[in-house]
Write a protein that binds this ligand. Structure first.
Ligand SMILES: *Cc1c(COP(=O)(O)O)cnc(C)c1O
Length: 405
């Protein structure tokens, strides 16, 4: 090991620690039969308020049984890339079901949502549809997830424009200033999970059509939850047919693992044939593909899951507000509670765990701007009124006296 590099690492870590944003993991074992209760290594139970298993599907019997059955039949790992023995019938069926979810001709699986964004965007943007000397102009929302940024940064020689978050007027200005004949792509999310807001999808589609731009939508925090069948905000807003590529995850509302993109069959076939992040990696374990397929089918067919999710989120927002707690208004299923300072955000989360047996993730810079540090709560259909009363009482004890002082 080079000593200068090790010293560099130590300095960088000290810096992160001094800024109060050193990441400490909290080991918690999920209890499938008692979700949202987890268990600490010492055996104590913890009520978790920050899982991205938004519908609790990772703990649903239908999903667990599908995983166990597939593991017994096909083993644990895929044993190869998609091209080398790693395409099980479950992978094929899952891709068909995902395409149907978004009313698209085709879909392609990746080993995570991160990889799907990184691989799909880099592959698209490294292409030169208008000739070798005409690179893509990409228009990226300033709050886009790190995985989309990784994909954009992985493209050589492109021109990247960052538009202000959900700001259609700013995007229009940038589009109008770009060369009319340049290939253009607009990349955005639907539900932004840290801000808990939702993009104006119809307006984004209007601009894309006016300026001849392709649209790339990350629906990671919306699939399974928004739209009549869980097709995301693009389904809810009736614009899925105007979005060229829809990206999603199987790891959040579907409770399993993996990512995907859905869109035009030729474009999906090109990504399948050109993206190193798709080609040169072992495919998802067949048991995960089977579990995700069972979850997807159940979620698509069960609108009550979605109505209960939003009823529960509304109930928690109302209870927090009624208690005078600083809940940040949100139009999504995500419930942020304002704290405003990194060290305090950590301390509150730690106290909630140590004294009250509940866990809520502190969200700090650089995930949100400094001054906007918050606890991020994600109530699921399995969070009861009694659990909410318990949380509101604990947060009142922790937050309200400190604010008065
Ligand atoms: C979590 C997340 C991803 C990555 O999905 P994984 O399946 O967890 O890798 C992509 N985009 C957004 C907006 C996310 O929050």
């Amino acid at each position: 090991m080079r000593s200068d590099f090790r010293a560099f690492c130590a300095d960088a870590l000290a810096d992160i620690q001094a800024q109060g944003r050193y990441r400490r993991f909290t080991p918690l074992a999920k209890q499938a039969a008692r979700f949202p209760y987890y268990r600490r290594p010492d055996g104590r139970e913890v009520l978790v308020w920050s899982a991205n298993d938004y519908l609790g599907m990772g703990n649903h019997n239908v999903v667990i049984e599908a995983a166990c059955e597939a593991a017994r039949a096909m083993g644990a790992g895929a044993g190869g890339t998609r091209n080398i023995g790693g395409t099980s019938p479950a992978h094929v069926a899952l891709e068909a079901e995902l395409a149907a979810l978004h009313a698209k001709p085709a879909a392609l699986l990746f080993t995570s949502g991160f990889v799907s964004n990184q691989a799909a965007l880099a592959t698209i943007l490294n292409s030169r549809p208008a000739g070798p000397e005409r690179p893509w102009h990409v228009f990226s929302d300033e709050k886009n997830h790190a995985s989309m940024i990784a994909g954009i940064k992985g493209a050589r020689g492109i021109v990247c424009h960052i538009f202000r978050h959900n700001d259609l007027a700013h995007l229009e200005t940038l589009l109008a200033a770009a060369p009319a004949d340049a290939p253009k792509l607009i990349a955005f999310e639907s539900v932004y999970s840290m801000d808990a807001d939702i993009a104006p999808l119809p307006g984004l589609c209007d601009l894309a059509e006016r300026f001849g731009a392709m649209t790339y939508l990350d629906e990671v925090h919306a699939v399974g939850m928004y739209g009549a069948h869980g097709g995301g905000v693009s389904e809810r807003d009736g614009v899925a047919h105007r979005i060229d590529l829809i990206e999603g995850t199987l790891a959040k509302a579907f409770g399993c693992h993996g990512g995907y993109v859905a869109g035009d069959a030729t474009v999906i076939d090109y990504i399948r044939s050109a993206a190193p992040g798709f080609i040169f990696t072992t495919s998802l374990p067949p048991m995960i593909a089977a579990a995700a397929l069972a979850s997807l089918r159940h979620v698509r067919a069960t609108p009550a899951l979605r109505s209960t999710l939003f009823e529960r989120a509304g109930a928690l927002k109302a209870r927090l507000a009624a208690a005078g707690l600083p809940v940040i208004p949100s139009v999504s299923h995500i419930v942020p509670v304002h704290v405003g300072e990194a060290a305090r955000c950590f301390a509150i989360s730690e106290r909630l765990l140590a004294e009250f047996g509940m866990y809520a993730t502190p969200i700090n810079y650089p995930t949100v701007p400094r001054g906007q540090e918050r606890l991020r709560l994600t109530p699921t259909p399995l969070h009861t009124d009694a659990m909410m009363d318990q949380l509101v009482a604990a947060l009142s004890t922790i937050l309200l006296p400190a604010r008065a002082a």
